[in-house]
Design a protein around this ligand. Structure first.
Ligand code: DOR
Ligand code: ZN
Ligand code: ZN
Length: 424
């Protein structure tokens, strides 16, 4: 099977190059990258006027399967992924049951394999049932192929237990993905703690809720040597701490989600829970620090924290609705519109943060466009403008604060293992 992707501008974050070329794919792998290839292929994708980028890798999604299939399933989740240009996603373990043993890991991996549209890597929970009491079967899950461990949805508040988990992460050579939130400091908060939310009579979540656990986890990573990846950083001090930790040679990486680098609590609409997520929308100062952190390479990754919930659940308002918004089908366009188009990131940096760096952190041989590599690719039209409409999402979740927003940047085709799994 020969696939030819013609006339695109190939973005390779591997050697930081951008060049006009055709890509010939044979039996799932990139065979040749060169201009004006005239070979007769079985299928041709016309990438005229588009970037051809390494398929996006989302290190942080919630597929809700098993047990919460009314919100999303592996199938609807991977469909949302390829619709958004993602070829690999890491699924978080806060499902029902929690992914805390090899059986549940195998269940998700088998399901994804049978669907076959995108690569799904299931992360394992740090503690059994995410109850924060005893460690899960980390060894068994490593054998089943988890890319890392995470207690996402909460923090392991027992620092001794978390240190033990980090020691095991070192032993098995896997990263630990940290959701940083001191549950005692949250104290029932639902949105950021600031004047705006106070005037709305809503209980606040201060920056310290996140920052104290980031500090703790960095110090534990220093002590254990674990590869710590900080999930959904939202505060200005998170950027400072990551910068300091990196300078000190501690193995730390960090991700930022589009909602945190675009929106602030001043965007909150009276009781619209599509603006409710954890961590919450912060202030302008935080947003500016996150954008600067991304630009300067302190913050490594753009992930979505794709968190589908039903419309009914989100109708319960800011006080009662669950935290979380969907992100797989808006991330690339939002990043293009808000960061690349506005000069914060180059297109190569976008490819680094959405593919190259995630691949490095996960230890997978992806994230570059080079001959011999598996052909996970996205054809992206950076000029195409449209209005975000959740009715067009392939995800079961329609919960987004970006509905009605004008963006630039459309996924035209997604290629996984040399197969065109989506074409506009
Ligand atoms: O907003 C969030 N939603 N943050 C989390 O940490 C969990 C996630 C979810 O599972 O819904
Ligand atoms: Zn989280
Ligand atoms: Zn999450």
């Amino acid at each position: 099977m020969l696939l030819l992707i013609k006339n695109g501008t190939v973005i390779n974050p591997g050697d930081k190059t951008e060049k006009k070329a055709d890509i010939l794919v044979k039996d799932g792998r990139i065979q040749k990258i060169a201009e004006k290839q005239s070979i007769k292929a079985d299928r041709v994708v016309d990438a005229t006027g588009c970037y051809v980028m390494p398929g996006f890798i989302d290190m942080h999604v919630h597929l809700r399967d098993p047990g919460l299939e009314h919100k999303e399933t592996v199938e609807t989740g991977v469909k949302a992924a390829i619709h958004g240009g993602f070829t690999t996603v890491v699924a978080m373990p806060n499902t029902k049951p929690v992914v805390d043993n090899a059986d549940v890991v195998n269940y998700v991996h088998n399901k994804a394999y049978n669907i076959g549209l995108a690569n799904v890597l299931q992360a394992g929970a740090v503690t059994k049932g995410q109850r924060g009491e005893v460690l899960s079967d980390i060894e068994g899950m490593v054998e089943a192929g988890i890319p890392g461990i995470s207690e996402d949805g909460k923090s392991v508040m027992n620092a001794q237990l978390y240190r033990e988990a980090m020691t095991l992460a070192v032993k098995y050579d896997i990263p630990i993905f940290a959701h940083c939130e001191d549950i005692n400091l949250v104290n029932g908060g639902v949105v950021n703690a600031d004047e705006i939310t106070e005037s709305m009579h809503l209980k606040g979540i201060s920056n310290a809720v996140e920052d104290v656990i980031i500090a703790r986890d960095i110090l534990l990573a220093k002590e254990t040597g674990a590869a710590l990846h900080l999930c959904h950083c939202s505060t200005k001090d998170s950027v400072k701490m990551v910068e300091l930790a990196k300078k000190a040679g501690i193995r730390v990486t960090a991700e930022v989600c589009p909602h945190h680098f675009i929106l602030t609590s001043s965007d909150l609409k009276e009781d619209d829970a599509n603006y409710k997520m954890n961590p919450p929308l912060r202030t302008k100062e935080d947003v500016e620090a996150l954008k600067k952190g991304l630009k300067e390479g302190i913050m490594d990754v753009i992930s979505t924290d794709h968190a589908p919930h039903t419309t009914m659940e989100k109708k319960m308002g800011l006080r009662k609705a669950p935290f979380g918004i969907v992100g797989l089908e808006t991330a690339a366009a939002l990043t293009m519109t808000e960061l690349v188009d506005k000069g914060y990131l180059t297109i190569i940096q976008m490819a680094e943060k959405m593919s190259y760096n995630p691949a490095k952190i996960l230890g997978i041989d992806k994230g570059v466009i080079e001959e011999g590599k598996i052909a996970d690719l996205v054809v992206f039209n950076a000029e195409k403008e449209y209005i975000i409409d959740p009715n067009n999402f392939w995800s079961r979740g329609k919960n987004t604060p970006f509905a009605g927003r004008k963006v630039k940047g459309m996924v035209m085709a997604t290629i996984v293992g040399g197969k065109v799994v989506y074409e506009k």
